[in-house]
Design a protein around this ligand. Structure first.
Ligand code: ADP
Ligand code: MG
Length: 319
C-alpha cells in the first residue's frame, strides 16, 4: 500500500444545465520521499486535482487515501484538521503577506492554527528559512526579495506545520529559469524528509526531476446534459446573450422571441419562433456562448436537451 493512493477520481463541475467532467477516472499512487509532477496544459484540471488533494474541494466520486485514511470520508472538523496540519500549499503567485517579514510569513500557519508560542514559531521559521537558503533574509519584507526568494519563503511556509503532503501549484510559472531551477532543486531536496511533494506544471522541462509523472488530459470532457421538460411564463428569459450554451430547445407550446442587446440599453428583435421549432442549437452544437438572448412571449413548454441528443434527433428526422 502506498502513502498516497488516488483511485478512480472523478470531478465534475455542474452549471446551469451543463456538467463538465474535469477529472475523469484518474488513478495514481505515490510513496513517501517522492516528487510527483502533474503535467498538463492550462485547463487540464491540475488546480482541481490539487484542491481535492488538499481537501479544499470534494471530488464527485473516487477516493484519496493518505496513509490509509480516505480524505473523502473525513467530516468537517477532521477535514479542517487535515488541511491545517497535513498539507502545505505553495502557489504560483507566492501569496506572501506584504507587511510581514519573511520570518513572520513563514510562521503564520503556526501562529494562526496552533497554540504555539510565538518564540517557538519564529525559531521554527528561522530553521526553515535556513533550510531554503534564506537565513540571512529572515527580516526582509517580500518586496525586498526577488521572485525566486519569495517562492522559497513560500515553500518554507508550506513546510512549517511539517505536513505529510506539500502541494505546489505551478510554483515556477512566474519565475525566470534560473530562479525556477533553484525552486525545483529545493523541492527535490525536500523529498528526503519523507514527504510526498506534488508539483503541477504545464512545462515538460520538469519531467526529468520527477519520480513520477501524472499526465493530465487536456480539456474537460463535457457530459451530455439530461433531457428535461421546461416551462416558462410570458416574458421569462430562457437564456441570455453571452452565456455558456449547452442546451437546445424544442418548443412544444407557445412562442419564443430571440433578441439581442444592441449595447445602448435597447434591444433588437431577431426572430419569433413558434411551437414545433427549435432554437439555441448553434451555441450548443459549436460550443460558442449564446450569440443572442431568448425569452418566452407566451406560456412556453419546451424540451431541452444536449447537443448530441439533438443531433441524433435531427438525423432521425424528429426535428
Ligand atoms: P488547470 O489548473 O490545469 O489550468 P483547472 O483545474 O483550473 O485546470 O480547471 C480545469 C477546468 O475546469 C477548466 O476548464 C476550468 O474552466 C474548469 N473549472 C475550474 N473551476 C471551475 C468551477 N468552479 N466551475 C466550473 N468550471 C470550473
Ligand atoms: Mg491551475
Amino acid at each position: 500500500m502506498s502513502a498516497l493512493e488516488v483511485t478512480n477520481l472523478v470531478k465534475e463541475y455542474r452549471g446551469d444545465g451543463y456538467v463538465v467532467r474535469v477529472l475523469d477516472d484518474l488513478s495514481f499512487t505515490a510513496d513517501k520521499g517522492e516528487l510527483v509532477v502533474l503535467l498538463g496544459p492550462s485547463g487540464s484540471g491540475k488546480t482541481t486535482l490539487l484542491s481535492c488533494l488538499g481537501a479544499m474541494l470534494s471530488p464527485t466520486s473516487g477516493s484519496i487515501e493518505i496513509e490509509g485514511t480516505d480524505l473523502t470520508e473525513l467530516n468537517g472538523p477532521s477535514r479542517d484538521q487535515y488541511r491545517r496540519t497535513r498539507v502545505g500549499f505553495v502557489f504560483q503567485g507566492f501569496n506572501l503577506i506584504p507587511s510581514l517579514s519573511a520570518r513572520e510569513n513563514v510562521a503564520v500557519p503556526l501562529l494562526i492554527n496552533k497554540k504555539v508560542k510565538r518564540a517557538d514559531a519564529y525559531a521554527r521559521a528561522d530553521a526553515l528559512l535556513e533550510r531554503v537558503g534564506l537565513a540571512d533574509r529572515a527580516g526582509h519584507k517580500p518586496s525586498q526579495l526577488s521572485g525566486g526568494q519569495q517562492q522559497r519563503v513560500a515553500v518554507a511556509r508550506g513546510l512549517v506545520t511539517d505536513p505529510f503532503l506539500l502541494i505546489a501549484d505551478e510554483p515556477t510559472a512566474n519565475l525566470d529559469h534560473i530562479q525556477a531551477e533553484a525552486v525545483i532543486r529545493l523541492l527535490r531536496e525536500l523529498r528526503d524528509d519523507g514527504r510526498v511533494i506534488i508539483v503541477s506544471t504545464h512545462d515538460g522541462r520538469l519531467v526529468p526531476v520527477a519520480d513520477r509523472v501524472v499526465h493530465m488530459a487536456p480539456g474537460g470532457v463535457a457530459i451530455e446534459p439530461e433531457r428535461v421538460r421546461v416551462r416558462y411564463a410570458p416574458g421569462e428569459v430562457i437564456f441570455l446573450q453571452g452565456q455558456h450554451a449547452e442546451l437546445v430547445y424544442v418548443i412544444e407550446e407557445g412562442d419564443v422571441e430571440i433578441y439581442r442587446d444592441v449595447g445602448d440599453g435597447t434591444e433588437e428583435s431577431l426572430a419569433m419562433i413558434p411551437a414545433g421549432n427549435y432554437f439555441g442549437e448553434l451555441g450548443a452544437l459549436m460550443g460558442f456562448p449564446r450569440s443572442a438572448s431568448a425569452r418566452a412571449t407566451t406560456e412556453v413548454v419546451a424540451e431541452a436537451m444536449g447537443a448530441n441528443e439533438f443531433r441524433q434527433g435531427v438525423e432521425d428526422g424528429k426535428y
